[in-house]
Structures are given as C-alpha cells and as structure tokens.
Design a protein around this ligand. Structure first.
Ligand code: CAA
Length: 243
C-alpha cells in the first residue's frame, strides 16, 4: 500500500474527525494539508503538536478553494487525495429553522464538497490518479429530528459521491463516502445531554465512536491499491443504522 508521499488535503482537518484523518494520513506517509475555517487557536495548537501544515479558508467560498488548492500545490505538490470532511450543524426543528441556517449548512457541507472537488478535478484527470473521500453522515442516510438542513446536505453528499464516481472511474479517480454515526467530537458534545443519552442508548455497540475509527476507513479508501472501490459508502456507526 504505497503512498509515494502523495499530497492529501483534508478539509476541517484540524479538529474532530478531520484531525484524526490528517494524523492518520501523515502517519501513513502522505504530505498532509489540513484546512480550517476560523478557530486559529485550535489550528495552531494542532500544527505545533502534529507538524501538519494548516490552511485557513472557507470551503463554502469557491474562489477561496481554488486559490488554496493552487497554493497547496505550489508548496507541497499536486493534490492526489481530497477528503471533504468540513461540516457544521445549525440544528433546529422546522418551525425554528430559518433560511440562513438552511443555506449556511448547505453551502458549507455540500457546496464545500463541490468547490473542493472542482478545484482538484482537472489535475487528477490529467495525472490519471485521484482519491476523493466525502464524509457524509448516518443522519444523511436515515434523517434526524431537528436536522432538516444537515440531513439534506449529507444526503446530497451521498448522491454527489455516486455521480462523481462514475465520471472519475475512467480516469483513475475513485470517489467514495463514509457515513459516520455519532462520534465523540465537539459537534456531538453540543447535542443536549438528554437527547444524546437517548441516541447512545440506540447504538448497538453501546458507545460513541472514536474519530480514529473513521480515519482508518479513510486510509483504507484512499490507498493506491483501492482503485476498484468507487461510488461506495462505508457506514461506520456502531450498528446504529443498517441497510
Ligand atoms: N423524535 C421525536 N420527538 C423528538 C425528538 C425525536 N428524535 N427529539 C425531540 N423531540 C421532541 C421533544 O420531546 C419535544 O417534545 P415536547 O415539546 O412534546 O416535549 C419537542 O420535540 C421539542 O424538542 P426540544 O425541546 O429538544 O426542542 P428544541 O427546540 O429545544 O431543540 C433540537 C430541538 C435542536 C433539534 C434538539 O432536540 C437537538 O439538538 N436534537 C439533536 C439533534 C441531533 O441529533 N443532532 C446531531 C448533531 S451531531 C451530528 O450531526 C454529527 C453526525 O453526523 C451524526
């Protein structure tokens, strides 16, 4: 499973699941560029602990994504691996959900996948090699009370993955998704405790997942010898949702 020092970009790559992915890829020999949107303190801390390069830009901003990918390519080399992990929640029931909360989540979680994939796509095609992993969610597969915006965006990621996989296949580019369940991160910690307790009670494995348990799925999918795995969704959710 050679990596040949390939360059990997991980969006939202300095915290939570993204941080675990960045670290896992670095340990496997990839040259990693970890994107983050706003939390300078946590990003700088991540950089000093891991030695992984950090890149601040908003994945919802197409021009910013293109500029960042150009910079990363100049600094580290052509981008071979893209992990679209950046995501936000703006949870509320439909009566309280406003248009801004809808748009922000769609623009970041789903729009970000398009913006980044578009920015790296032609280069991957020219080089006849690419690995894209999009981080979806159990809540995009099954829906979730209070997450009309998030579930729609994550569900969109799963469709995006299957369509783009078909276009990438003849050019050596695989496009896959991972659908994490409830993982022990800041995002999940923000769910009110009584609500979270009820969710955890429905996880057959009996606990929240660990970020590293998602990262190992990413490492598997991006491997050089993973060329026949494309358009698939790997569900890593402790048995909470099976279909
Ligand atoms: N099914 C049915 N009814 C539910 C429900 C559910 N799952 N959850 C809440 N309700 C009911 C409540 O019992 C309550 O009913 P009553 O008024 O009759 O008591 C009513 O809905 C309102 O609930 P809340 O008091 O919770 O309403 P709120 O406006 O204060 O909060 C909410 C609503 C923001 C959606 C809150 O319930 C919440 O945060 N839920 C968690 C949503 C969630 O799971 N988010 C996942 C975040 S992590 C993530 O997204 C990562 C990933 O990919 C897995």
């Amino acid at each position: 499973m050679s990596t040949k020092g390939r360059v990997a970009v991980v969006t939202g790559g300095t915290r939570g699941i993204g941080a675990a992915i960045s670290i896992k890829l670095k340990e496997a020999g990839y040259a990693v560029a970890a994107n983050y949107a706003g939390n300078d303190e946590r990003a700088n801390q991540f950089k000093s602990v891991t030695g992984i390069s950090i890149h601040k830009f908003d994945v919802a901003d197409y021009e910013a994504c293109v500029a960042a990918c150009t910079r990363i390519t100049a600094e580290l080399g052509p981008i071979a691996v893209l992990v679209n992990n950046a995501g936000i929640t703006r949870d509320a029931t439909m009566s309280k959900l406003n248009h801004d909360m809808w748009q922000e989540v769609l623009d970041t979680n789903l729009g970000g996948c398009f913006n980044m994939a578009k920015a790296v796509w032609d280069g991957m095609r020219e080089r006849n090699f690419g690995r894209i992993v999009n981080i979806g969610s159990i809540n995009g597969q099954a829906g979730q009370y209070g997450q009309v915006n998030y579930a729609a965006a994550k569900s969109g990621i799963h469709g995006f993955t299957k369509a783009l996989a078909q276009e990438g296949a003849p050019k050596g580019i695989t496009v896959n998704a991972i659908a994490p369940g409830y993982i022990d991160t800041d995002m999940v910690a923000a769910v009110p405790k009584p609500v979270l307790d009820k969710i955890v009670a429905r996880i057959p494995v009996g606990r929240l997942g660990k970020a590293d348990e998602i990262a190992r799925g990413v490492l598997f999918l991006v491997a050089d010898d993973g060329g026949f795995i494309t358009g698939s969704t790997l569900s890593i959710n402790g048995g909470q949702h099976m279909y």
